[in-house]
Design a protein around this ligand. Structure first.
Ligand code: BES
Ligand code: MN
Ligand code: MN
Length: 455
């Protein structure tokens, strides 16, 4: 049986098995789900075993286990290390889901569930592609799997694991499906990801909440202050005002920007999809550039004071915000965090206290387009989409990619199949059945071309 025949033949099962995985609420950020996260690892490890992987085990860490598995067919063949994550983002706000986040449902040819695209659906494509290659006797490279359960909370235990298991993880390439393509008729491969610096800030005014009439107008209100501090962090051109913030940003060549300009993008569709009247961003850059090659600063959450029912007249003691900065080559996460902290403290008026707490960060990455892995991925996609994929820059972050290069000296290829409109991290996350099976078809082609190019 050919690869495509095998996939066709097992279509329903490939979907129903993915659904088993999607039913498990493996939310790494929610400690009340710890049992579910672990159960998800066990279920996925079992699928890996059933698919034909050897030495499948849950590698214990200080946090959630890393699933390892391998099939070494010949020491002389090239080795592909597949990375992905089985943890997912929280499903809140649950009331906005048309069908519950952990009851996978098909509508309009799409699988709706938290993790359908990010990243269980994309990880499972690899498990099913591997099963397909095993069953059709077409596996042409050694394969290793490393699937973690803490990607959405910063991958804190993966770095040390890689460092301590360099030999075991030795590979010729790391293959990741945790990104997207431009459109189903426009295949693309991300050749860059943004880095991340994430901080939480706390502004303290008076020692206790006060009556907003008795004290209002006479005492610094920490929420008012926080809002004006945050508002001041962008100038009229929507550039970030932190001194030095752009100093290390690598210039992108005119020819690269020209190529980005050719990526299909429909502004009207974009606005319509988001239900916004206009877009907004840094002056002088297109939308694709703003999300691909430019750094950002965004408030992800802000709170304080009274947010219950009705009106309570209170001048709050404290105000908080969570702020993310997306970074581009060659910004360094720790330096940007430090710049932020310094600047934030310096712009705070007397009369409030400021506390900045750094959360996880990660470095931006650029992957080469003239490499064997990229060429193999491009050839594979050309074969299954019937079109040459275009190189693109992903706006999201997978901080561990930079670490793989550092700890394992191994390059990554980001062969993802999601769409920007898949609503990852949002209510009603979904993944196209088309995309799921396109991934399962394309992965074996990658192995074929990678082995051939490596000869
Ligand atoms: N898969 C995403 C990253 C992504 C999405 C890259 C789309 C490119 C295109 C990943 O799971 C993710 O969400 N990463 C986090 C960072 C992490 C440290 C929490 C992110 O980008 O916010
Ligand atoms: Mn992901
Ligand atoms: Mn994610």
């Amino acid at each position: 049986m050919s690869v495509n025949q095998y996939i066709e033949h097992n279509r329903d099962r490939f979907l129903s098995e993915l659904f088993d995985l999607l039913r498990i609420p493996s939310i790494s950020a929610d400690s009340t789900r710890a049992g579910d996260v672990r159960r998800c690892a066990e279920v996925l490890a079992d699928y890996l075993r059933k698919a034909g992987a050897d030495n499948v085990l849950l590698e214990e860490t200080a946090g959630y286990p890393i699933i390892y598995g391998e099939k070494i067919i010949h020491p002389g063949l090239p080795t592909v290390l597949v990375y992905g994550h089985y943890d997912v983002q929280p499903s809140v706000p649950d009331e906005l889901w048309v069908t519950p986040a952990f009851e996978p449902t098909i509508r309009d040819g799409k699988i709706y569930a938290r993790g359908a695209c990010d990243d269980k659906g994309q990880v499972f494509m690899h498990v099913k592609a591997f099963e397909t290659m095993m069953q059709t006797n077409t596996l042409s490279c050694n394969i290793k799997f490393m699937i973690e359960g803490e990607e959405e909370v910063g991958s804190n235990n993966l770095g040390p694991y890689c460092k301590n298991n360099k030999d075991k993880l030795r590979a010729d390439v790391i293959l990741i499906s945790d990104t997207g393509i431009v459109a189903n008729d426009t295949p693309s491969i991300d050749v860059g990801l943004r880095g991340l610096s994430y901080v939480e800030v706390e502004i303290t005014g008076p020692r206790i909440d006060l009556h907003s009439g008795v004290y209002g107008g006479a005492v610094a209100n920490p929420i008012n202050i926080l809002c004006s501090m945050i508002a001041g962090m962008h100038d009229e051109n929507r550039r970030i005002t932190i001194p030095g913030f752009y100093d290390k940003v690598l210039d992108v060549s005119e020819s690269d920007r020209e190529a980005m300009g050719k990526i299909p993008f429909d502004l009207e569709d974009y606005k319509k999809h988001l239900d916004i009247e206009n877009i907004m961003g840094e002056k002088g850059f297109t939308t694709i550039e703003r999300t691909g090659i430019r750094p950002t600063l965004d408030v992800n959450g802000i709170w304080g004071g009274y947010i219950g029912e009705g009106a309570k007249t209170v001048l709050p003691s404290k105000a908080y915000a969570k702020i993310s900065m997306r970074l581009v080559p060659n910004q360094i996460s720790s330096e940007i965090t430090e710049m932020f902290q310094h600047y934030f403290e310096s712009i705070a008026p007397k009369g409030v206290k400021v506390k900045v707490t750094p959360h996880h960060g990660g470095e931006p990455v650029l992957t080469p387009t003239d490499s064997v892995p990229f060429r193999a991925a491009a050839m594979a996609m050309k074969e299954t989409f019937g079109k040459e994929p275009i190189p693109t820059r992903g706006g999201g972050s997978i901080p561990i990619v930079a670490l793989f290069e550092k700890e394992l000296q191994t390059k990554t290829v980001l062969m993802g199949f999601g769409l920007d409109s898949d609503a990852i991290h949002s209510p009603n996350e979904h993944y196209g059945i088309f995309n799921y099976f396109k991934g399962i078809e394309t992965i074996p082609q990658f192995f074929k071309h990678f082995a051939a190019l490596k000869q």
